[in-house]
Design a protein around this ligand. Structure first.
Ligand code: FAD
Ligand code: NAD
Length: 460
């Protein structure tokens, strides 16, 4: 029986552990903190649980539009946090149950790699040596702290983890970074009443998403009262008696923002310091482990997956790579292919994309066609969110193959699955057009966007 040691119990590590066990491996998983990793404890799940409460509050506030008279008394922040914590606990418990079901030994401690056949684990009871045949590293990432004077160890400054457990909703919040975390959390707190200001260094929010739809989302955020300042540099943070002062340089001029909380959301760094990479001879680029498409590092039998690679930091990427690493560690020959990997932003409305953006198609000098369909012309969207949003698809000009799809609208993060499948199956316009989409659904807008690429849209 091949002995597999897995370092990290996040969506990369625990999925790799289950797949390894399914393939007949004898699996030991080492976790220094909590099973479920960033995703379940301080990432995907708690943010989306809080955003769901925000969405309910928002719907209740606007119920009258739909003919419903509600007396909305406000919210109980403590209860909102309790609901989030309950979902997290249930899912973490679920992972623990899956470990038992698959006969995976879980060790609580910090792992350091000696060599491919040995891992030393510092536990509460002392150092334990784990002997094995293969290792899968899934040690994840932690919030990056920008080198801005005054941020480190400042009680007014929080990262995403702090933002998920604030004792009370702050009056105001300056968010440094207009990426996914910055936008999701700015929206969340603004719905609960915080005056949020996003300060982004680059000219555009969400650099990896389609620019045209991002611009629509930006306008929606501004309409909600979120202040967005791009091409700006936070110079320093100083403390006042009740609030922090954030000194920002905007187009060469200095502006000061007084705020109760400063949230830093400028990306994440890999959590690889405790692994002993250099001593074990594992190649890395400033802590980002280097692995091939088979997820193997330069050391035969040692694999690395997920956030610790410092590339695409998404839970579903970590899990997909975890399955590939497990297969290869147990004698198969699989390669990771990220072309079907969707990017999702859980705003209201949701924003999701898969494949090439129009900017990428242009940069790669691809001859492409675009199809767009506004959700104003989609019945289901008109019913649920007044028709705000758009579907945009990118196809190759010669063969009409699906290259990318981008959706801003209700349930975009669920609907994008159809487009990912289309890319995975190398589908073309004709394949999507031939599929009957149920009515009334927002998925109809996806087909309509494809029809629009051939100037055949029915409802627009
Ligand atoms: P992690 O989940 O970080 O797990 C790594 C684990 O390894 C940790 O539990 C850590 O304690 C453990 N570990 C580290 N070093 C050692 C060691 N030496 N010994 C033992 N254990 C060790 N992604 C999405 O796809 N969708 C989302 O909606 C989403 N929302 C997010 C929201 C926030 C606020 C944040 C911060 C992230 C979000 N992400 C989201 C990203 C997602 O959480 C990560 O991409 C994902 O958790 C990465 O999985 P992983 O297994 O590689 O690492
Ligand atoms: P990010 O890379 O998405 O965005 C960081 C933003 O901060 C960028 O736009 C960058 O230009 C900006 N920035 C960097 N330094 C700055 C500075 N000094 N001043 C102003 N702006 C600055 O990173 P994130 O939002 O911290 O998220 C981290 C990771 O977590 C992401 O890689 C993402 O994949 C993952 N995540 C995913 C989801 C999701 O899938 N819905 C949600 C949250 C987080």
């Amino acid at each position: 029986m091949t002995k597999i040691t897995i370092i990290g119990g996040g969506p990369g590590g625990y999925v790799a552990a289950i797949r390894s066990a399914q393939l007949g491996g004898q699996v030991t998983l080492i976790e220094k903190n909590k099973l479920g990793g960033t995703c379940l404890n301080v990432g995907c799940i708690p943010t989306k649980a809080l955003l769901h409460s925000a969405e309910i509050l928002e719907e209740a506030r606007h119920a009258e539009q739909f003919g419903i008279k509600l007396d909305v008394k406000g919210f109980d922040w403590g209860a909102v946090l309790s609901k989030k914590n309950a979902v997290v606990s249930q899912l973490v418990g679920g992972v623990s149950g899956l470990m038992k079901k698959n006969k995976i030994a879980v060790i609580q401690g910090t792992a350091k790699i000696d060599n491919v056949s040995s891992v030393s684990v510092s536990t509460a009871q002392g150092v334990q040596k784990i002997a094995g045949d293969k290792i899968i590293i899934a040690s994840g990432s932690v919030p990056a702290v920008p080198p801005i004077p005054g941020i480190k160890d400042n009680p007014f400054c929080i990262d995403s983890t702090g933002a998920l457990s604030l004792e009370k909703v702050p009056q105001d919040m300056v968010v440094i970074g207009g990426g996914v975390i910055g936008i999701e959390l700015a929206m969340l707190y603004s719905i609960f009443g915080t005056k949020a200001t996003i300060i982004e260094a680059l000219p555009k929010l969400l650099p990896m998403m389609d620019g045209e739809l991002t611009a629509i989302l930006k306008d929606l955020l501004i309409k909600r009262g979120i202040k967005i300042i791009t091409e700006a540099k936070v110079v320093s943070v100083e403390n006042g008696a009740q609030k922090a002062k954030v000194n920002v340089e905007i187009a060469g001029k200095k502006e000061v923002f007084e705020t109760e909380k400063v949230l830093t959301a400028v990306g994440r760094r890999t959590d690889t310091e405790s692994l002993g990479l250099d001593a074990a001879g594992i190649k890395h680029d400033r802590g980002r482990i280097i692995a091939g498409g088979d997820m193997q590092t330069n050391i035969k039998g040692i694999y690395a997956i997920g956030d610790c690679l410092g590339k695409v930091m998404l839970a579903h990427t970590a899990s997909a790579q975890g399955e590939i690493a497990a297969e290869n560690a147990l004698g198969h020959n699989e390669k990771y292919d990220g072309k079907t990997c969707p990017s999702c932003v859980y705003t209201i409305p949701e924003f999701a994309g898969v494949g090439l953006t129009e900017e990428e198609a242009k940069a790669e000098k691809i001859d492409y066609t675009v199809g767009k369909f506004p959700l104003l012309a989609n019945g289901k969207s008109l019913i649920s969110n007044n028709g705000i949003g758009m579907v945009k698809v990118i196809l190759g000009k010669e063969y009409n193959e699906v290259l990318g799809a981008h959706i801003l609208g209700p349930r975009a993060t669920d609907i994008i699955g159809e487009c990912a499948l289309a890319i995975g199956m190398e589908a073309a316009f004709e394949d999507i057009a031939a599929v009957i989409h149920a009515h009334p659904t927002i998925t109809e807008a996806v087909r309509e966007a494809f029809l629009a690429s051939q100037k055949r849209a029915i409802h627009f």
